[in-house]
Design a protein around this ligand. Structure first.
Ligand code: TYD
Length: 246
C-alpha cells in the first residue's frame, strides 16, 4: 500500500490538530466548544433503557448534533479492547491489567470520537467514562481510587465531562433487575459478581457524588423509566439552555 505525500501531510496535520485540542481542553472546562455529558450507574440501574429513550428526546430539542457513544468501546480499536475485557473466559485477568485496558480503550475512543466531535461543537453523550474505572477498578477491585485516577489522567489528559448523570439504585435492586432481564440481556463476566461487589460499586459512586457535587447529578433510578428520563432531560435543559430548546 502506497500513500501519497499529501496523505502523510494530512496525517501530520491531523496529529498536530489533536495535540492543540488536547492542550486547549486542559483546564478549559465549560468553555470547550462542544458539550461532554456522561451517564454512570451500577449494573442494573437501567442505563441502557434510559439512554434509548433519552437520546431521541434530547435530539428533538438539541440545537447541535448529539453523538451517543459508550465505554468500554465506542470506536473500532476500543471495541476490540472491550471484547478482551468482557470475555467470560478471561477469569484470570489481573485487576491492573483490566484497569490499563479500560484506560487504553478510553484513550483511543477519546481520540477517535469524543475529541473530534467536541471540536465540531457537538454534544457527546457517553455511556460510562472515567468514573466507572474509579468505582469498579479503584474501589470494587481494590486498586485504589488515587492510582486509577492517575492512570486515567494519563489516558484522558485530564478531560472531564461537563455533567455526569448518575443513576442511583441500591445493590439489591440492581441485582434483581439483572436477574429478571437475564433472558434478553447478555450475561457478562462482571455480572457474575455477587452482592458485595455491587454494594462496593454503589458506595464508590456515592463517594464520587460527594467529591464532585457540581459535576455529578444523582438521580433516583428506583423510579419509573419515564420519570428517570424526564429528570435527566430536565437537568440538561436547565444546565445548558444554549444547547437546547425547551
Ligand atoms: P456493559 O455491557 O457495557 O454494561 P452496562 O450496560 O451496565 O454499562 O459492560 C460494562 C461493564 O464494564 C460494567 O459492568 C462496568 C464495567 N466497567 C468497568 O469496570 N470499568 C470501566 O472503566 C468501564 C467503562 C466499565
Amino acid at each position: 500500500l502506497r500513500r501519497s505525500p499529501e496523505c502523510h501531510q494530512e496525517e501530520a496535520d491531523g496529529h498536530l490538530r489533536y495535540r492543540i485540542i488536547e492542550k486547549k481542553l486542559k483546564g478549559m472546562g465549560d468553555n470547550m466548544k462542544g458539550l461532554f455529558i456522561t451517564m454512570e450507574g451500577p449494573d442494573g440501574a437501567g442505563k441502557t433503557t434510559v439512554i434509548n429513550q433519552l437520546i431521541p428526546l434530547l435530539q428533538k430539542h438539541a440545537l447541535v448534533d448529539i453523538v451517543s457513544t459508550r465505554e468500554p468501546g465506542g470506536s473500532r480499536i476500543a471495541e476490540d479492547i472491550r471484547k478482551v475485557i468482557l470475555d467470560v473466559n478471561n477469569t484470570e485477568m489481573d485487576e491492573r491489567t483490566e484497569a490499563i485496558l479500560y484506560a487504553a480503550g478510553r484513550r483511543q475512543h477519546l481520540k477517535d470520537r469524543i475529541l473530534p466531535n467536541l471540536e465540531k461543537g457537538n454534544i457527546v453523550f457517553c455511556d460510562r467514562f472515567v468514573d466507572s474505572s474509579l468505582v469498579y477498578q479503584g474501589v470494587a477491585r481494590g486498586i485504589g481510587v488515587e492510582e486509577v485516577a492517575q492512570l486515567n489522567h494519563f489516558a484522558t489528559d485530564g478531560l472531564e465531562p461537563s455533567t455526569t448523570l448518575y443513576l442511583d439504585v441500591p445493590a439489591e435492586v440492581g441485582l434483581e433487575r439483572i436477574h429478571k432481564a437475564r433472558g434478553n440481556r447478555q450475561f457478562d463476566r462482571l455480572d457474575q459478581e455477587g452482592l458485595s461487589f455491587h454494594t462496593m460499586v454503589r458506595n464508590g459512586y456515592l463517594e464520587l457524588v460527594k467529591k464532585y457535587p457540581e459535576r455529578i447529578v444523582s438521580i433516583d433510578a428506583t423510579k419509573s423509566i419515564e420519570e428517570v428520563v424526564e429528570e435527566c432531560f430536565r437537568v440538561l435543559v436547565e444546565r445548558y439552555p444554549k444547547y437546547f430548546t425547551k
